[in-house]
Write a protein that binds this ligand. Structure first.
Ligand code: MG
Length: 379
């Protein structure tokens, strides 16, 4: 059975074999499948490299692909989909995610609704591996939502019409024609996120402003290392219809970021500084808001708690994603009605999406009317 047929077979919920199935024929030696038993959680996974539509220029590197791992959890004929996406700075990779997932024994759980207990178990197996844990969490939310026949935004009591516009991200290109093409591609969006922290921050902003007047947000990706220069940039950007600045300085420069926050006319948002819920309280001392991403938070279970905690601390909440398929992005979209800003464009940046899910309608996050995380396998 090739990989596509394997996934489609699973999507149809047909019976699994009673013994582990090797996926080596599909070229995925590290993929594995636990023996299927009725009433038990059965985990399977396979590596899936995401191909980028444009090379991505960040403050500290450039990349054209992102490693990923696709996950399924089967339970009584239903399949929940999940995904791990591993941008290099997170410190996870295909090998570490597969090693973590291989070490799990989810078949010990007979009730997928015991998310608290399962998350305790996931953390007990290894302290980090956040993207790997997120892949399990997303698949469990998909599964349990499907069992209830409801999407998660509804289970959480959220109003989908309150989902915000999403930003679309562009980065610098030395070729003016390429730069213009990137800017023109942002036309359907009501907010555009510009990656900064390189030597061309004003240049890219001015190039953008020549072709578009929509609000921008800025992600410096830790690229500004001088607090005075960072403050100058915040002031300069505030005059150019910028909404906020994300991670202006290296996460280690906490005191300098607190200094900047006191003086900046724009909100300062934590991204790389912050991973999980235990980081939120301290972030409030130097940042105005937090960027929650499922691959950092270990999935939806903790992301939902983080959004509530940040709100209770009076912080702004942004919802981001990695470069990932519509699986993880649509899962994140379930939370979008409770955030100030969404940056859910990761699926739009790749050329080989295998899921249908989140749609951007008139610039706005639109959550599919499907149970679970709201996705359908299409490839
Ligand atoms: Mg960021």
């Amino acid at each position: 059975m090739n990989r596509r047929n394997f996934l489609k077979t699973s999507a149809l919920g047909l019976a699994f074999a009673a013994a582990p199935i090797s996926l080596s024929a599909a070229g995925t030696d590290t993929a594995t499948r636990k023996a299927a038993r009725s009433g038990r959680l059965n985990l399977s996974f396979e590596p899936y490299e995401l191909k980028l539509r444009h090379a991505f220029n960040l403050a500290r590197n450039q990349r054209t692909t992102t490693p990923g791992v696709q996950v399924q959890i089967e339970y009584d004929g239903l399949v929940g989909y999940g995904e791990a996406s591993m941008p290099p700075y997170l410190g996870e990779n295909v090998e570490s995610v597969c090693k973590y997932l291989n070490s799990l024994d989810l078949a010990q759980f007979s009730d997928p609704f015991r998310l608290a207990e399962i998350h305790e178990y996931l953390d007990s197996v290894a302290p980090n591996d956040r993207a790997a844990k997120a892949s399990v969490d997303i698949a469990l939310h998909d599964l349990t939502g499907k069992i209830m026949g409801q999407p998660w935004y509804k289970i959480w009591g959220l109003s989908p019409e309150k989902a915000p516009n999403t930003s679309f991200t562009i980065s610098y290109d030395a070729d003016p024609k390429e730069m213009a093409a990137k800017i023109d591609e942002t036309a359907p969006f009501k907010v555009v996120k510009i990656k900064m922290g390189l030597d061309h921050d004003k240049e890219i902003t001015e190039a953008f402003r020549k072709r578009s007047d929509v609000p921008i947000c800025v992600d410096a990706n830790q690229g500004w290392t001088d607090k005075h220069k960072a403050l100058d940039m915040c002031k300069w950007l505030a005059d150019r219809n910028c909404l906020f600045v994300e991670q202006p300085m290296p996460k280690e420069m906490f005191e300098e970021t607190a200094w900047l926050r006191e003086r900046s006319p724009l909100p300062i948002i934590a991204d790389e500084y912050l991973q999980r819920i235990s980081d939120v309280r301290r972030a409030a001392d130097a940042y105005d808001g937090i960027n929650i991403k499922l691959m950092k938070s270990t999935g939806l279970y903790e992301a939902h708690k983080m959004a509530n905690l940040a709100r209770a601390l009076g912080m702004k909440v942004m919802l981001g994603c990695m470069t990932e398929t519509s699986c993880a992005v649509t899962a994140a979209a379930q939370l979008s009605p409770m955030v100030d800003w969404a940056d859910l464009d990761g699926n739009l940046l790749i050329a080989n999406d295998r899921f249908d899910g989140i749609k951007i309608v008139d610039g706005k996050v639109t959550i599919p009317d499907r149970p679970g995380i709201g996705v359908e396998l299409i490839g």
